[in-house]
Design a protein around this ligand. Structure first.
Ligand code: G6P
Length: 360
């Protein structure tokens, strides 16, 4: 069954390996009989009525929200803010006239997000929950729900739910764009099918990625993840994943911010993961990588096909530039998994962490 480990050594690797299947399920669930993107009409009208979206989430779900913002703004032209739930609840920003609140939560039970939902409902605002768990608290209490269809996620470190969140956000934003008559030359469903193939290719490269861990992380006490634009957001998730299960101190930051402080931490052999999947910032991130390399960092470049250079540690297959997070994150998930495994850590149940945090 879905919740059994079967032949897999850990739930985390099982769930990483399930990602192509999750993508196929989402493509199926969010498509009508004519192959058109399909979303409940009440949700479409919620999205059409809003003058601004407020995405509220925590942890990995917050990182998925950052990618979602790109889709809503770049495809649909709808201004979107992304907030950490625990901050929003006590430090609420000025709101627009017609906000729509979108709660992203794997479990649908995160107390900080619920606190925001309770508060905005009192103020009469509309809400949509994107969750993996039908019938969860955030799903029951919000006006509308979109389901992730990722299947049960057991490992504390979230993997397949993040990928599902990004895919569902992309579909939701594309439908919003269509409803607002924004022209697009992209066939999202066929691009998501290409993403599925690319994820499969990365998973099949697990041995190669395990070697990256041997070359960069075996004795590391800390690590940095740099990127620009969407690659920056994936770096935040890569760093979180590594912290959660390997206990290596890790930080994700924007390539351009490097010289404003963090570069002081670079020593001989410090591992730095640099992601390059966005043509417009490829040269910039490459020069950031050189800046740290010149100060002794052990730089591991992960690039997308078409942008790769000699010496890059890993090349992900080419997919649409807006969808690269769905593929590049899998490299970071596997790096974190093997780093934790090599350290003898409890991969599925890391110390001090809970799968869902139900206290504020
Ligand atoms: C906990 C989990 C994280 C998760 C976060 C938000 O901290 O350990 O993996 O990202 O909660 O959970 P949610 O269920 O709201 O997505």
């Amino acid at each position: 069954s879905d919740t059994e480990l079967g032949t897999h050594p850990h739930y985390m690797i099982k769930e990483i390996n399930e990602q192509p299947q999750v993508m196929r399920k989402i493509i199926k669930e969010y498509q009508d009989d004519y192959g058109e993107l399909k979303i409940d009409k009440n949700i479409i009208s919620q999205l059409n009525d809003a003058d601004r979206l407020y995405i509220i989430a925590a942890g990995t779900s917050y990182h998925a929200g950052l990618i979602g913002k790109e889709y809503f703004e770049k495809w649909a032209g709808v201004p979107t803010e992304v907030h950490v739930a625990s901050e929003f609840v006590y430090n609420t920003p000025l709101l627009s006239k017609k906000p729509l609140f979108i709660f992203i939560s794997q479990s649908g039970e995160t107390a900080d997000s619920r606190a925001v939902l309770v508060d905005i409902k009192k103020k009469g605002y509309k809400s949509l929950t994107i969750t993996n768990v039908p019938g969860s608290t955030l799903s029951r209490e919000a006006d509308e729900t979109l389901i992730l269809h990722a299947g049960p996620e057991i490992a504390v470190a979230s993997t397949k739910a993040y990928v599902a969140q990004i895919a569902v956000l992309a579909i939701t934003a594309a439908v919003t764009a269509r409803e607002l008559n924004k022209v697009s030359d992209m066939d999202l469903m066929s691009e998501l099918a290409k993403v599925t193939t690319a994820i499969t290719a990365v998973i099949e490269d697990a041995d190669k990625i395990e070697n990256i861990v041997k070359n960069y992380l075996e004795t590391a006490r800390n690590a940095f993840f740099i990127g620009r634009a969407m690659d920056y957001y994936v770096g935040l998730e890569g760093a979180l994943k590594l912290k959660e299960i390997s206990y290596i101190q890790a930080e994700g930051f924007a390539g351009g911010e490097l010289k404003h402080g963090t570069i002081a931490l670079i020593e001989d052999g410090t591992p730095v993961f640099a992601l390059s999947t966005q043509a417009k910032v490829d040269l910039n991130i490459r020069s950031n990588a050189q800046e740290v390399q010149a100060r002794g960092a052990n730089v591991c470049v992960v690039a997308m096909e078409g942008l790769e250079q000699e010496g890059d540690a890993y090349v992900i297959p080419k997919v649409d530039e807006m969808l690269t997070p769905l593929v590049s994150v899998v490299v970071y998930q596997l790096i974190s998994y093997y780093a934790a495994l090599h350290r003898g850590n409890d991969v599925d149940k890391p110390r001090n962490l809970a799968k869902s945090v139900t206290v504020e």
